[in-house]
Design a protein. Structure first.
Length: 295
């Protein structure tokens, strides 16, 4: 199933992101508790992340394969440049082809654990656009998605330069874009307007939505990726910092309001970073009336 074609649907296309569990026990719990709950939400597809430095290659493909084979969910593995030579990436893409995956998310990737700056591997790639070109130039037939950053990548410092780099990924062959988390809808709309009207980008641009789970967690996440939190939201988070369940509910409320605005604006889908849990994603979908009941 080609993900770009899913976004041609008149209904809002909903997708989720999982990360590979670190232990066999966590993996068993994912498939016992989390996946069955999210299956009821009828996601169009699920993406499965690839750990920093490429450390979860086997788990990523195993989890994505089980989602596709055992649960009938279209699954998209992430592919990153981090820690990989061209030969390693080629071997991985060959394996993904053999496993029957149609779609991949091509990313630069994060630095390996313990390192603060990304360093390309010798005979590897420095940027996601290089990975996209490699996939296309070597005849792989995947439908390629890439990440995008409404507030600019945290390492760039110039958001319009970063937005131009996003357009470069599309020119290289990316067919859809999934955004980094954000909590100011205006940032996404400005970013989308720039790509559409200044750079002529026509591929689906999908907002990434993260319903936060605790004050400490979301402050750490936003600090890492350079995402802004409005002063009023920070005050609410600080006031509830002792009560994770109240913060979780606030996260659902904030993301519900954002998604309603984005859907009314006309985005073709939303991509939910569910953090391998069901409660917030389920409540968010219920608030939005998604998925729509079939006739």
């Amino acid at each position: 199933m080609a993900i770009p074609e899913l976004y041609a649907s008149p209904e809002t296309t909903v997708s989720f992101e999982f990360f590979p569990p670190k232990t066999e026990q966590d993996e068993a719990m994912l498939f016992r508790d989390t996946v069955p709950g999210l299956v009821t939400l009828k996601p169009a597809f699920v993406s499965v992340t690839y750990g920093a430095g490429g450390g979860t290659r086997g788990t990523t493909l195993r989890v994505a394969g089980r989602l596709k084979r055992d649960f009938g969910i279209e699954a998209m593995p992430h592919v990153t440049c981090s820690g990989s030579t061209r030969e390693m990436i080629s071997n991985l893409l060959d394996e993904i082809t053999r496993e029957g995956f149609t779609n991949v998310l091509a990313l630069r990737g994060d630095p390996p654990k313990g390192e603060t700056e990304f360093q390309p591997t010798a005979d590897g790639f420095s940027y996601a656009v290089d990975l996209v070109r490699f996939i296309k130039d070597n005849g792989y037939r995947f439908r390629i998605g890439c990440a995008c950053y409404p507030e600019g990548h945290v390492e760039c410092g110039n958001k319009r330069l970063d937005w131009d780099r996003t357009a470069d990924k599309v020119e290289a062959g990316a067919e859809f874009l999934l955004s980094q988390l954000f909590y100011n809808v205006e940032d996404f709309l400005e970013f989308e307007d720039y790509l559409r009207n200044k750079r002529g980008v026509q591929v689906p641009i999908i907002p990434g939505i993260l319903p936060f789970l605790s004050t400490k967690q979301i402050k750490r996440f936003t600090s890492m990726c350079g995402c802004r939190l409005a002063d009023g939201l920070v005050q609410k988070l600080d006031a509830l910092a002792h009560d994770d369940e109240s913060v979780r509910k606030l996260g659902v409320e904030v993301c519900t309001d954002m998604c309603r605005r984005l859907i009314d604006h006309g985005v073709p889908g939303i991509h939910v970073y569910c953090l391998n849990r069901t409660a917030s994603a389920s409540e968010l979908m219920r608030n939005l009336g998604l998925p729509k009941p079939t006739a």
